[in-house]
Design a protein around this ligand. Structure first.
Ligand code: 2AM
Length: 178
């Protein structure tokens, strides 16, 4: 099955990202990500043996142990890919805490023999895919802060009209130390 590990987002960030997404709808053509699918990917594993999912769940528990919830806020818009078919996202800042957790998770995946996409981690939430950035001027994004307290192992099913992301296991961040 197709697997990735990502942070789930608190309601206040989802609502603000939805406001930015609504502004983008008026400015840029492309495929919009539904707000219930917003997330911050830490590691994309791709096709993974279903028999190893339990192992991944405990790896996730271990990597998150002792990590307190992460205060984050939304930043600038950015994009990957080609100008006429770009992935458009909003940056998410956390004083390096998201980066540190991504590093820890990726290290554990490597040492446990789980291959993952090796592109460097850049904390972002994808708002649009196949966006034509030549078609308009990007709006100023809405910004807000919120606390990220859940990391999940997701199954991604691309067989239907829209991707379906199903959490297979979730870890609540609850270590001390703020
Ligand atoms: P993106 O949001 O920047 O597109 C599920 O596909 C998630 O895994 C997406 O959030 C996607 O990031 C991320 N991802 C990272 N590397 C990927 C890859 N090689 N193929 C598909 N998705 C990838």
């Amino acid at each position: 099955m197709r697997i990735f590990i990502a942070a789930e987002l608190p309601q206040e960030l989802i609502e603000t990202l939805s406001e930015t997404s609504a502004l983008l709808r008026g400015a840029v053509s492309g495929r919009y990500v539904a707000p219930d699918r917003f997330h911050v990917t830490f590691a994309f594993l791709g096709e993974t043996d279903a028999a190893r999912v339990w192992e991944l769940s405990s790896l996730l528990e271990d990597a998150c142990a002792g990590s307190p919830p992460i205060d984050a806020h939304l930043g600038a818009l950015g994009n990957f890919g080609r100008r006429k078919s770009a992935t458009l996202w909003q940056e998410i800042r956390s004083d390096g805490r998201l980066e540190a957790l991504a590093e820890k998770l990726r290290h554990r995946l490597s040492t446990s023999g789980f291959p993952f996409d090796g592109k460097g981690f850049l904390a972002h939430v994808t708002l649009m895919r196949s966006a034509d950035l030549s078609s308009g001027v990007l709006p100023m994004p809405h910004v807000a802060g919120g606390t990220i307290d859940t990391v999940a192992l997701f199954k991604s099913d691309l067989s239907g009209e829209h991707p379906v992301y199903t959490p297979l296991s979730e870890v609540v961040l609850e270590g001390g130390g703020g």
